[in-house]
Design a binder for this molecule. Structure first.
Ligand SMILES: Cc1cc2nc3c(=O)[nH]c(=O)nc-3n(C[C@H](O)[C@H](O)[C@H](O)COP(=O)(O)OP(=O)(O)OC[C@H]3O[C@@H](n4cnc5c(N)ncnc54)[C@H](O)[C@@H]3O)c2cc1C
Length: 405
């Protein structure tokens, strides 16, 4: 019987394996690490945000330029279907206050355990510590394994090799070299949902690296997001930075640098803040005055003091600085620390079944495709939905289109 090889044991590869094995087609899943799903487990550490509950038009807007291409793919395996799938693995989901969807246990490990046991019972063969090296001249897949070189010639292949963020978890983007050898186009892999470098003074870095700036509003262009940012040794990161990271990254690529602003006191109007700052400072130190009158945290005061002239500012100028503190950056953090990867195989290199136009019988899914989205469950949803589409394509290719998902 015709078989399918899946390469990569992240959520995309596991989902493709399930769809194909459920249709009764033999599946071998090759994974370079000792265990599958390492990034999936990491994603579950702070709460596995599987998808989002917002209306589909809003949901799809999160995928930016790729929204039109992904819309029918996500409709085919929708957020509701993902939640039902999760429930089928005895992990019912719930909607958090922000509309984000999580499994009841909040973690990835129970879900992954149940999923692995389902895949085992479907007969999926796991070939772990098999590192894909590319194609031989006769189109066979070549793997390096603890037992030496292994070759396979499946009827169809689904590539689910991930991006290049957090490479120690398995996906390092090395597959781009294999694609280059075959002249398959790949858009450069770039950090997405990442922090941005800021040149702090030594004093500020030593005192505040690791401290959050809570309840601030980050603004760039016409976008403002409220929440928390984390001060790190090298700059700023955190949810609201990730939310605008694609825009900031593009601006840096265009102009070499970007300046965004932080409103350090978003719940206080400029008028009220000014009135407070107009009271005499008397013998108080600058920082004590700002803490008392402005209600600012020590980290926020430290940030204001990064502007060496702030001490001499008039109350009006100080108010303006607190309401729109400029942050200048010339680089995103390295892709190693990014939550996800932008770039990858462009949809123009794929047909509607996510099959490589230049490599018939080879499909691709997940983070290795050229789309990006903010955090909020959109990454895993896009990963799962593209995997279902690619798996159905592989099934059709091997002549079995009885997919049950
Ligand atoms: C800290 C963190 C938190 C996250 N939290 C969330 C979240 O809450 N919600 C959300 O939606 N998303 C989250 N994500 C993103 C999410 O984890 C990814 O979108 C998802 O894992 C992508 O799945 P994938 O299968 O495409 O790639 P991966 O999960 O990266 O899997 C790719 C697999 O391919 C294997 N592989 C690579 N090259 C080879 C090779 N040559 N041979 C054999 N095997 C190979 C790798 O070892 C890996 O197992 C988070 C990511 C991180 C880093």
């Amino acid at each position: 019987m015709k078989d399918v090889a899946i390469i990569g044991g992240g959520p995309a590869g596991l989902m493709a394996a399930e769809v194909i094995a459920t249709a009764g087609v033999p599946v071998a899943l090759y994974e370079r690490r000792q265990t599958p799903g390492r990034k999936f487990l990491m994603a579950g550490r702070g709460g596995l945000n599987l998808t989002h509950s917002e209306d589909m038009p809003d949901f799809m807007r999160r995928y930016g330029n790729a929204a039109a291409t992904l819309a029918p793919i996500i409709a085919e395996f929708s957020p509701l279907m993902l939640r039902a799938w999760c429930e089928g693995l005895r992990e019912p989901t719930f909607v958090g206050t922000s509309g984000r969807v999580f499994p009841q246990s909040f973690k990835a490990s129970p879900l992954l355990r149940a999923w692995r046991s389902r895949l085992d019972s479907l007969g999926v063969r796991f070939l772990l510590q098999h590192d894909w090296q590319g194609w031989a001249d006769d189109s066979a897949l070549i793997f390096s394994s603890p037992d030496g070189e292994v070759k396979a010639k499946p009827a169809a292949t689904v590539l689910a090799l991930g991006g290049a963020s957090w490479p120690k978890l398995g996906a390092d983007g090395n597959w781009t070299k294999i694609m280059a050898q075959k002249n398959i186009p790949v858009s450069p892999l770039l950090p997405a949902n990442c922090g941005f470098a800021v040149e702090w003074s030594d004093v500020f870095r030593n005192k505040f690296a690791g401290s959050p700036l809570k309840q601030v509003t980050l603004s760039f262009a016409d976008i403002s997001v409220k929440g928390e940012v984390m001060i790190t040794e090298k700059g700023l990161e955190g949810g609201i930075v990730y939310a605008v990271s694609a825009l900031l990254r593009c601006e840096i690529m265009r102009k070499g640098s970007v300046t965004f602003t932080l409103d350090l006191k978003p719940d206080l109007s400029s008028t009220v803040l000014l009135a407070r700052l107009q009271t005499p400072r008397a013998a108080k130190s600058f920082s004590n005055f700002l803490r008392e009158k402005g209600g600012l945290s020590p980290a926020a005061v430290g940030l204001l003091q990064e502007n060496r002239s702030a001490h001499d500012y008039t109350p009006e100028a100080l108010t303006a600085l607190i309401k729109a503190f400029p942050v200048y950056s010339t680089a995103p953090f390295s892709i190693d620390r990014a939550i996800s990867t932008a770039g990858g195989i462009p949809f123009t290199a794929l047909d509607d079944h996510l099959m490589l136009k230049d490599k018939p019988g080879v499909f691709a899914a997940g983070e290795m495709l050229d789309w990006e989205a903010p955090t909020g469950g959109y990454l895993l949803q896009g990963t799962f939905s593209t995997a279902v589409r690619a798996a159905k394509g592989a099934l059709a290719w091997v002549g079995n289109s009885k997919s049950k998902m």
